[in-house]
Design a protein around this ligand. Structure first.
Ligand code: PMV
Length: 351
């Protein structure tokens, strides 16, 4: 229950606190699309945690008037301020000690700034890790990773899947006993060895700003003609993909992952107003991946975020073949031939 995250332990305020945490981005296999209330998901989702695409955040807290300043690589970043302000206002309900501090926040992303890769998941997760680190110090209690995920969700829904574990499930799922709408739960224990070092090559098709933001997209699910069926389908797909992850069943994994990516974009194309985030090169890459898979029988597949970039997922055993495909063919569909070789990671870490 949400109420459990209200702070009940005693806090002994200190004059100043400082910490640095890094948190990764994540890529959903079963997609979260549609929300209600305070960033609560309309359907459950599951993601692989990434490794190379990370945000590193340092926070210094000084006792005094509440407030904050935000910089990126040491340079003031006023565009981030409204998101951080809204986040801290939400966090205060669960961490009331926050009111007694001024926060100097400095942040850095390992991935290129305007790459079309959303940094909201990794940045909100890294900031929440810093807040929870302070709370642990002020209360003398162990780090609470569930509350860390809970706070991340208040900043950006999918951020709650970037805290702990190689695969994370978020949202009440009928076949997952400890699942919750309030925070992500670690599913690393599910992973068959073939998934434990899975690769994700991110093809940067379009590095520009999205024409429709995720929050607008989520809201459009509210009176979407297909919403009910979609939310039920996600429940079923989650049950199926969990079994595939456990059994190392790559065929089923591929079918669900690709179908989920296309369903996400189908929801966008059938909402009112409708919109398209894929670009011609997104489709060309999908075609190339399908042709390559058919020809070589190598179990490679794609997924998409809310954007034009393509995530190419495959077992590490085929890294050489897929690197070759990237260099020989796929890089030419990427903006300035840019792509990022990432892989499954483990979550947030203190630096
Ligand atoms: O966390 P948000 O509000 O940016 O939404 C993310 C939604 C998708 O990335 C499209 C899907 C997902 O489950 O991550």
């Amino acid at each position: 229950m949400e109420e459990n995250f209200k702070l009940i332990s005693q806090v002994e305020l200190k004059e100043s606190l400082a910490t640095t945490w890094q948190a990764p981005s994540n890529i959903a296999l079963v997609k979260y699309w549609g929300k209600y209330g305070m960033q609560l998901p309309a359907n459950p989702s599951i993601s692989f945690t990434l490794n190379a695409c990370r945000t590193i955040t340092s926070v210094k807290a000084t006792k005094g008037e509440p407030g904050f300043n935000i910089s990126y690589d040491g340079m003031p970043k006023p565009d981030f301020a409204s998101k951080i302000k809204a986040y801290l206002e939400r966090v205060v309900d669960y961490c009331p000690w926050v009111r007694n501090y001024y926060f100097d926040i400095d942040t850095h992303n390992t991935f290129p700034h305007s790459s079309g890769i959303a940094s909201s998941a990794s940045s909100m997760a890294a900031l929440s890790a810093c807040i929870m680190d302070f709370e642990s110090e002020l209360t003398g209690t162990a780090l609470d990773y569930h509350k860390m995920s809970f706070l991340s969700r208040l900043g950006s829904g999918s951020a709650c899947r970037s805290i702990q574990g190689a695969a994370v499930l978020w949202g009440a799922h009928k076949d997952t006993a400890n699942s919750s709408n309030f925070y992500g739960v670690d599913q690393t224990q599910l992973l068959h060895p073939v998934f434990q070092d899975f690769q994700d090559t991110i093809l940067l098709v379009d590095k520009g700003e999205k024409v429709v933001s995720s929050s607008v997209g989520h809201d459009l699910m509210n009176d979407h003609a297909f919403a009910k069926a979609r939310f039920e389908q996600a429940q079923k797909n989650l049950t199926t993909i969990k079994k595939a992850l456990q059994e190392g069943d790559l065929d089923t994994f591929i079918k669900i992952t690709e179908s989920e990516a296309l369903t996400l974009h189908a929801m966008m194309m059938t909402s009112h107003p409708y919109f398209i985030l894929m670009k011609p090169h997104t489709l060309s890459i999908i075609d190339e991946i399908w042709a390559f898979r058919k020809e070589t029988k190598i179990p490679v597949c794609f997924t998409l975020d809310a954007g034009a970039n393509v995530h190419m997922l495959f077992p590490s055993a085929y890294k050489m073949e897929l690197d070759e495909l990237m260099n020989n063919k796929l890089a030419s569909y990427c903006q300035n031939s840019h792509y990022i070789c990432d892989e499954i990671g483990t979550g947030a870490k203190k630096c």
